[in-house]
Design a protein around this ligand. Structure first.
Ligand SMILES: [Zn+2]
Length: 501
């Protein structure tokens, strides 16, 4: 060996040793990732199975079909032709079909609009619970729909194993499901452990100013405060969560907020033959483009983290190894969420420019320009955060920013440790044993947002099965619910009423 070869060999040995260490690190890291994935215990709670309740499913379906036939389409003022009469007729139908509920649970009409029932519980000192739904629906016709309904939207047709029509899901299956369950239990002289209220809104689809808000005010006046509230929101979802083999019962712990701003800029006007370097349209367009490029920061809300905690043990190995190691892969997961509009909305406040207005004539410079931008607030972000973000991103004093209406902040995130979530999860495991239970973040708004101030926890779930391809039926064409699915909803509400402690 020559003297020149010696250092070369030494370098070779060091490189080899480094490679060895690197390999060892990779093996150890791989081992940690796999270990964490395979040892992850299921978080699904055990629930004693219950026998499937025998029901006259056809009769139950018929009563929902009857409810669908009454056109309870709501308008903000509640004064459209025939609107008041429709709601009166709807309440008469309920009174006729659920006589025990109406005789024993002291029905109360709030603000000539919403319907509230009270079922005295065995333990008078326990905080009551509240089950909600709404009686109103959106119109049957859908603007720009490419096809017609298979059965008329208010026909109440039962065909091919389904009840068809507007409101079958949203939200009359809830109203009818709760009343069917209560009627059954009253026939058995059941008394709930806690006082249980039902509240059925009358204008949820047009923001709930005559219904839900007035119900909350009435409860406040009586000093009623709830342990927990259940309203619509999520469902038993099929093929909605990528990778998950079976269905998932998603229980909404929170819902996003709603905030709309107007951006405006003034201009000098004048003839289009001598335009200034920048026009109101150009200035405003720049601002909008900047808002689209620089979105509010993405971060998993606590509810989403808890959703992963519940779903990860149920995932196939490939996904489990990523999701069980969020300490390492969190940036990757968040980035993949940002890849699609539907999932991005779960991890950040969304920015949606929806309207723009400027100019009146092709050869006249506009005196000004304005635009509307709608934000959906992620829990953790406030409307004040949005305004600060907009100011910073636009950074142009020529643009005036103002709120169009008072914001609806994102809701609180309800707990999964409390009695409410546990009762809902247990009931789901009993009635939908094939579905795993997980928390979820609701992207739209429900009447339940008003009830936060009089409830410890608010949950958002309807006991119906929804397949991914059915989601377009909400507020769309061919809304329907299967006869069996509706009966399972009744079974769920009945079991829930039995399970309330
Ligand atoms: Zn609804």
């Amino acid at each position: 060996m020559t003297d020149e070869q010696k250092p070369k060999r030494r370098v070779g040995r060091v490189v080899l040793r480094l490679l060895g260490v690197l390999l060892l690190c990779v093996v150890v890291l791989g081992g940690v990732l796999v270990y964490r994935a395979v040892t992850l215990p299921s978080r699904q709670i055990a629930a004693a199975p219950v026998p499937r309740l025998a029901l006259d499913e056809t009769a139950v379906a018929q009563r929902l079909a009857d409810a669908v036939r009454i056109q309870t389409v709501s308008t903000p003022a509640g004064d459209a032709a025939g609107e008041k009469e429709a709601f009166t007729e709807f309440r008469s139908l309920l009174a006729k079909n659920y006589p025990r509920v109406h005789a024993q649970l002291s029905p109360q009409l709030i603000n000539d609009c919403a319907l509230v029932f009270r079922w005295e519980g065995a333990n008078a000192s326990a905080k009551p619970v509240l089950l909600m739904s709404h009686m109103d629906v959106v119109p049957g016709e859908v603007p720009f729909a490419s096809r017609k309904w298979t059965h008329p939207p208010f026909g109440g047709v039962i065909a091919d194993g389904y009840i068809w029509g507007r409101g079958t899901w949203d939200d009359k299956a809830g109203v009818i499901g709760i009343l069917e369950a209560a009627e059954l239990l009253l026939a058995e002289n059941h008394k709930p452990a806690r006082t249980t209220y039902f509240s059925f809104g009358c204008d949820e689809e047009v923001l709930g100013q005559r219904g839900a808000i007035k119900v909350v005010e009435a409860f406040e006046k009586q000093g009623v405060r709830f342990a927990w509230v259940l309203d619509e929101g999520f469902a038993v979802t099929h093929n909605l969560i990528p990778g998950l083999q079976g269905p998932a019962t998603l229980i909404g712990l929170a819902e996003k907020g709603y905030f709309t701003i107007e951006l405006s800029v003034d201009g000098a006007g004048g003839h289009s033959s001598t335009p200034p370097r920048e026009t109101p349209i150009g200035i405003l367009s720049n601002a909008i483009a900047r808002l689209e490029q620089q979105q509010m920061p993405a971060r998993m809300p606590r509810t989403m983290v808890q959703m992963f905690d519940a779903l990860t043990p149920e995932m196939p190995f490939g996904q489990k190894i990523i999701l069980a190691n969020r300490w390492l892969f969190d940036p990757l997961i968040t980035r993949s969420f940002l890849g699609s509009a539907a999932t991005a909305a779960s991890v950040r406040t969304t920015t949606a420019p929806t309207m723009m207005n400027a100019g009146v004539k092709e050869n006249v410079l506009p005196q000004g320009a304005s635009a509307i931008v709608n934000f959906r607030l992620r829990p953790g972000d406030t409307s004040a955060d949005v305004l600060a973000h907009v100011d910073r991103v636009i950074a142009d004093p020529r643009i005036k920013v103002k709120a169009v209406a008072p914001p609806t902040e994102a809701s609180r995130e309800s707990t999964i440790a409390g009695e409410g979530f546990q009762t809902l999860a247990r009931t789901s495991r009993q009635i939908f044993p094939d579905a795993v239970v997980a928390p979820g973040l609701v992207l739209g708004a429900t009447d339940s947002r008003f009830f936060e101030r009089i409830a410890d926890d608010v949950y958002r779930f309807m006991p119906i099965r929804i397949h991914a391809q059915d989601v377009v039926r909400f507020h769309g064409i061919d809304e329907r619910i299967s006869v069996e699915g509706h009966a399972d909803g009744v079974r769920f509400y009945r079991q829930l009423l039995l399970n309330i402690r």
